[in-house]
Each structure stands twice: as structure tokens, then as C-alpha cells.
Design a protein around this ligand. Structure first.
Ligand code: GAL
Length: 674
């Protein structure tokens, strides 16, 4: 539960009243109530107005709006306002502005432009947060804290002299001696050997390729530096308001912060979801991000902190959300575990960089718009879903996702730039999505208890302890599936001695002699070694093939074409009570689907309903009840056979018998009593 006073799904959005006169605030209150808004995020970018200079605070506007929201029954997700410092702070202290890898020092004029290791910035931010928290700690509207905003969105890296000093301290803590840094980074290569800590710099611009281990550690350091900024604020808030939940909103698509690590420090995961409304966009991508968020919180409900009511302003072509699409994506969020649906933003700005970003109240300024009507309809519907809050999802399959692995694999030089980590994960996620089989996304150190199948596509890096953990998972009866370019390097991006796949050789029962990346015009073919009536006998493969040698494993498929001809392509190895699979190429989507559905069948994993293509199913559960969110993303109406008649449509209250028709773009939420 977000707050003891809020018993329904949180609904509202970023509210920036400082851009408006007070008569507009009064109108906002009426429109918010009309739309069913019960929660707003406030003061995200208010620092400059709250603190005119270093020694003066002015809370006049915030006092007024907090009181006004409270008197209208609307709770506040109060931001700490540190997302963008005022110009006077950037100018007063030389260490505030970040420096790029090329040595360019930034200038004030946008947002979130500060060095995460600037002492002056941190002092000023903690002063602001302490003052703000002390002032509003007992305010009846305050329901949750929102620290900063989308850390790493604009400034995920800084290369200034302060960062150099902090980086050395971070390295000293991690490695204790320069000798170990040399060993882990392999600095005998290219004459990079260090004798003193002071010889180590951030990986700034160089004429040739940088040391990959150095680059990787700098990414870890930067993620940790921003996490330190967050923790600094968290500790202040925790001390002043011990009972309130604290969040910071994550963003997808930048992947610069190790969110699995961050999530351990966050009370409620929240994130900002901006699926492209263009018809070519696959909703599976957004579904994956929701599953990832749930994974960060170990299955706990999260908040959809921002979504666009219609179009954004930052794509090359900002396609509008057609009528109904915002509602569809809102229910995708709730179905996948969100207990809050929020927008960026409440009222559309008239000035500034985001003036063409959609909002609940459009430039017309009133509630007389298609967008507002949809916002209002959704607000009214969500009020019928109080029973959903707190419910969770169950999955028998998990997919491993690891940031450090991605950072290491995606070093500027690699075997193939056509291979990217996210795509590899998504290529295995999509068939399960299409089969409507629930999947959890886990980190390399997550608890695997209860999962029957664990997929680890392209897990290039094998961290200490991971091989043992996976051996235990498999020996206990789990099915482990991994793919090409896995278990090549240790956590410092150094190749395991003795060949691939490093510490997973015993589990997989194979060795890999060579890997062969392919250009788009190079294809190969795989052929099953045994006839199987559910999986195609031969299938095209692309992108990559491995030269695999069998030690103990069985061969499931071989390369049957010129490329890799005769060598195993897919293998499995019995290990204890389980099985470990290795897939040494990029198979076609149809093959993956057939292959996974066969494994799911054997493991007794299936979807609750059989649904037409393009119809997404999400199930949340609580107190012996299941809630099925059926979302028709396809352009056709869907006709669904209902096996029993104990389903209740939560929005209409009607009982559902035999057949259900869901029009294109529409949704149904069914309560299923077991
Ligand atoms: C988010 C950000 C918001 C707003 C929004 C526009 O990244 O948190 O402040 O800029 O994007 O889509």
C-alpha cells in the first residue's frame, strides 16, 4: 500500500502549478475531482522558485497548493525538487556543472545538469530536502516522497576533476590496492600499468579504444554516484518522516543505472512509460518494461508514475495516441502490477521545451477535449478496481536481465555490433508474450525459488557465485536455457581461461571452440536430430553461430547448411533432476515459439485462456481470487470462449457466460473466483 489513507489505485499526474496563476489552480481542483484524480506529483522542478538564493527559502506557493489539494481530497507525491538546481547555484560554485568525456563543461539552461559528485550541489540539495521535509512532514496532503526525477536521464556521466577524485576513492574501497586494479583491468596490455592511484583518470576522450574494464568500472561508479545522491536524500526523509514511503521514478531506454541495485534502496518502484503510439510499435516491448519493474521490486506492485495522455514532444515524429490507446496501455500497466496510473502532465505548458507534450488538460485550458474525456473515463473506471490494489502476479518462468552484463557486452568493440543485449532478451520474451505465458524478470542475484524455467539469453558475464547458483537451480529440477556468447567473461570483462563457456562448461556439457558472427546476408539452417511433430524439422538461423563440441550433452539440433555444417546448434544436458540448454545461434521467432511451447507443455505451464493473436492477457491474484485483464491490441474484434460461468466483469458488474467479444482496442477485466 502506498499510504494508509489511499485505498484505491492512485490516479493523477505531474502537477506544475507554478506555471499558472491561482485562478487556474481553482479550475484545476474542479477538473481533477471530475476526472477522479486522487494523487499528484508536485514540485519536481520547483527548486528555483522555492529558494531564491542560498540563504532564503520561499514556500508561499507550495504552502498554498498543498492546502488547496488537501481541501479537495487530493494526496501529494511530494518531490524533493532536486531534479534541477537554480541558475544561481550553478554559477556560485565551480564544481556544479558536469563535464563531458571530451572535456566540455556544461552551462546552465536546461534541466538535470549537475555533477553527481559535486560537494556544493550535494550540500545545497541536502539543505533543501531537510528544510522541505521539516516543513511538510505533518501536512495532511503528504502521502509519499518523490526523490529527484529520472536520475540519469540527462546526466548519467560526468568526467570532471571531482569525479576523478571520487572515482579513485571508489576504486580504493573496491580493490584496496593499485595492484589488484592492474590485475582486474589487465593493464599490462597497451602499457596501461598504474603505479599510483593518482595515475587513474575517468575514461575521458582518447585517440584509440579505451580499456573495457576501466570503462565498465566507470559505469558502475557513475551508477553508484547517482545512487549516493539518492541515498543522501532518502536518509534525510527517512529520519524526518519514518512512516512515509519513498520513491524515485525510473526510466527505460537509457540503461545507464543498475536498477536492480538501486531497487534495494527504494520503498515503491515507480517508472515512466512512453510506448510509441505508431502502429509499428510492438506492445510486448512495454509489457517487458513493466515486468522488469515488477522484477526490481521482487514482485511487489509498482506505480506507473508518468505516461503521455496523447503524444510526446521528443520523438522525430510524435504520433498521437488514437482514441482508446491510452486506456489500453493504462490497463497493461495495472494488469502487470501497477497500483498507480499517473500522467505527465496534468496541464499542458504554454511555454518551455515541453509545450507540445500532451497533457490531461490541453492548450484549450478546459475539460472540453477528447483527451480529458478519456482521462475522466479512466479515472471513473479505476475507482471500481480497489480490489486489485496489493494483488500480485505468479510466473513459472523467469528471464535474467543484468545491467553490468549489458555494459560489458556492449563495449565499443565487440564480436558483432548487430547483436545487442536488450534485443536478445526481447527475442526470447516476445514468443512467451505472444503465448500469454507470465514471465518474471530477475537479476543475477534474485531468488529463483519456485521457477521451473530460467532463460538467460546472452549472459556474456558470469559473476562470482552465479555458476554454482544455476547448477543448484538445475540440479533441483529447473530447466536452464542460455544462448550464444554466454559465460565468456568474469565481472571485470576478462575472458575465463580454459575456453568457453567458462564456469558453465560442466552444467552445459559442451565446449565452444569458436564463435562466428554473421552479416545480414549470411544465413544458416538448423535441423532437429529427432523428428518432433510440434517443432519445424529445419529452420533458418542468423546473426551468429558457434562451433560447439559435445562433452556430456545431447544434441537437439545441428547446423545443416554450409555455415557450421555438421556441428551441434542446440544442445541439452541432464544435470541432477533438471536440464541445461545451449542455443548457439539466433533462431527464427517461430522456432523459438515452438521450442518454448514444447518446454512449457512438459513443465505444465500454460495460459489461462486461449486468445487470438494480438490479445494480451494479464493475471493478478489476491485472497484466492484471480483478476484477468484482457487487452485487445489487435485491429480485429476478438471472440473468446469462456469455459466456466463464474467470471464477473469488474467494470460492468455483469456475469460472463460462454462467449466474450472484445472489440479492437477495448479491454475487459474479469474476476475469477477459484
Ligand atoms: C520524462 C520526465 C518528465 C517529462 C516527460 C516528457 O522523462 O520525467 O519531466 O519531461 O519525460 O515525456
Amino acid at each position: 500500500m502506498i499510504n494508509k489513507n489511499i485505498h484505491s489505485i492512485c490516479y493523477g499526474g505531474d502537477y506544475n502549478p507554478e506555471q499558472w496563476t491561482e485562478d487556474v489552480w481553482v479550475q484545476d481542483m474542479e477538473l481533477m475531482k471530475e476526472a477522479g484524480v486522487n494523487f499528484v506529483s508536485l514540485a519536481i522542478f520547483s527548486w528555483a522558485l522555492l529558494q531564491p538564493d542560498e540563504n532564503t527559502f520561499d514556500f508561499t506557493f507550495l504552502d498554498k497548493i498543498m492546502d488547496l489539494l488537501h481541501s479537495n481530497g487530493i494526496y501529494v507525491d511530494l518531490a524533493t525538487a532536486t531534479a534541477s538546481q537554480p541558475p544561481w547555484l550553478s554559477i556560485a560554485y565551480d564544481d556544479v556543472m558536469p563535464v563531458s568525456a571530451d572535456g566540455v563543461k556544461m552551462t546552465h539552461g536546461s534541466r538535470q545538469t549537475y555533477c553527481p559528485n559535486s560537494r556544493s550541489w550535494r550540500n545545497a540539495a541536502s539543505h533543501l530536502v531537510r528544510t522541505l521535509a521539516a516543513r511538510y512532514k505533518n501536512h495532511p496532503a503528504l502521502a509519499m516522497w518523490h526523490i529527484n526525477n529520472e536520475y540519469g536521464c540527462h546526466t548519467a556521466e560526468c568526467y570532471c576533476d571531482n569525479c576523478a577524485v571520487s572515482f579513485r576513492k571508489w576504486l580504493q574501497k573496491r580493490y584496496k590496492s593499485v595492484g589488484i586494479v592492474n590485475e582486474k583491468w589487465g593493464t599490462r596490455f597497451w602499457s596501461q600499468y598504474y603505479y599510483k592511484w593518482d595515475e587513474i583518470y575517468p575514461p575521458r576522450a582518447t585517440m584509440g579504444k579505451k580499456n573495457p574494464s576501466h570503462v565498465l568500472d566507470y559505469k558502475r561508479f557513475m551508477s553508484d554516484s547517482l545512487l549516493d545522491c539518492y541515498s543522501m536524500e532518502y536518509e534525510i526523509l527517512r529520519q524526518i518522516t519514518p512512516e512515509l514511503k519513498i520513491t524515485t521514478n525510473f526510466l527505460m531506454g537509457i540503461d545507464k543505472l543498475d536498477y536492480f541495485k538501486w531497487a534495494k534502496e527504494i520503498d515503491i518502484i515507480s517508472w515512466d512509460s512512453y510506448p510509441d503510439p505508431a502502429p509499428s510499435y510492438n506492445p510486448a516491448l512495454n509489457a517487458f518494461d513493466h515486468d522488469l519493474m515488477r522484477g526490481f521490486g521482487n514482485g511487489r506492485p509498482f506505480i506507473l508514475m508518468e505516461q503521455a495522455p496523447a503524444q510526446v514532444n521528443w520523438r522525430d515524429i510524435n504520433v498521437n495516441k488514437h482514441p482508446g490507446l491510452m486506456r489500453l496501455y493504462s490497463y497493461q500497466a495495472v494488469g502487470r502490477g501497477a497500483d498507480g496510473v499517473m500522467f505527465f502532465q496534468w496541464r499542458q505548458s504554454l511555454r518551455g521545451a515541453e509545450k507540445f507534450h500532451s497533457a490531461c488538460i490541453t492548450h484549450s485550458g478546459d475539460g472540453n477535449s477528447r483527451i480529458f474525456r478519456e482521462v475522466r473515463q479512466l479515472g471513473h473506471e479505476l475507482k471500481k478496481l480497489n480490489c486489485i490494489t496489493g494483488s500480485t502476479r505468479k510466473a513459472d518462468i523467469a528471464i535474467v536481465f543484468d545491467y553490468e552484463n549489458m555494459w560489458a557486452f556492449e563495449y565499443e568493440d565487440r564480436q558483432s555490433k548487430s547483436v545487442t543485449y536488450r534485443d536478445q532478451i526481447l527475442n526470447w520474451y516476445k514468443p512467451l508474450y505472444e503465448m500469454n505465458i507470465p514471465v518474471d524478470i530477475v537479476g543475477t542475484d534474485s531468488n529463483l525459488k519456485g521457477y521451473k524455467i530460467l532463460l538467460a539469453p546472452l549472459l556474456y558475464m558470469t559473476k562470482e557465485g552465479y555458476a554454482e547458483k544455476i547448477k543448484r537451480f538445475t540440479a533441483d529440477g529447473g530447466e536452464y536455457i542460455t544462448t550464444f556468447s554466454s559465460s565468456i567473461v568474469d565481472e571485470w570483462d576478462g575472458v575465463f581461461p580454459g575456453g568457453y563457456p567458462g564456469p558453465l562448461k560442466e552444467l552445459l556439457g559442451i565446449t565452444i571452440e569458436e564463435f562466428c558472427p554473421l552479416t545480414p546476408d549470411m544465413k544458416t539452417t538448423i535441423a532437429l536430430t529427432d523428428i518432433d511433430d510440434t517443432i519445424p524439422e529445419t529452420s533458418k538461423a542468423r546473426l551468429w553461430y558457434d562451433i560447439i563440441h559435445i562433452v556430456d550433452a545431447e544434441i537437439f539440433a545441428v547446423f545443416s547448411d554450409a555455415l557450421g555444417k555438421g556441428y551441434p546448434a542446440i544442445t541439452y544436458n541432464y544435470f541432477g533432476k533438471g536440464k541445461a540448454w545451449y542455443i548457439g545461434t539466433e533462431t527464427e521467432p517461430d522456432f523459438k515459439k515452438a521450442f518454448l511451447s514444447k518446454i512449457c507443455l512438459r513443465q505444465n505451464i500454460n495460459s489461462l485462456f486461449s486468445l487470438p493473436e494480438g490479445v494480451e492477457l494479464n493475471i493478478r491474484e489476491q485472497n484466492g481470487k484471480k483478476y484477468a485483464f484482457i487487452l485487445n491490441f489487435s485491429i480485429k474484434n476478438a471472440s473468446i470462449d469462456i469455459m466456466q460461468n463464474s467470471y464477473i466483469d469488474l467494470l460492468t458488474g455483469q456475469k460472463i457466460h460462454d462467449r466474450l467479444i472484445i472489440e479492437s482496442g477495448n479491454i475487459r477485466i474479469l474476476e475469477i473466483s477459484s
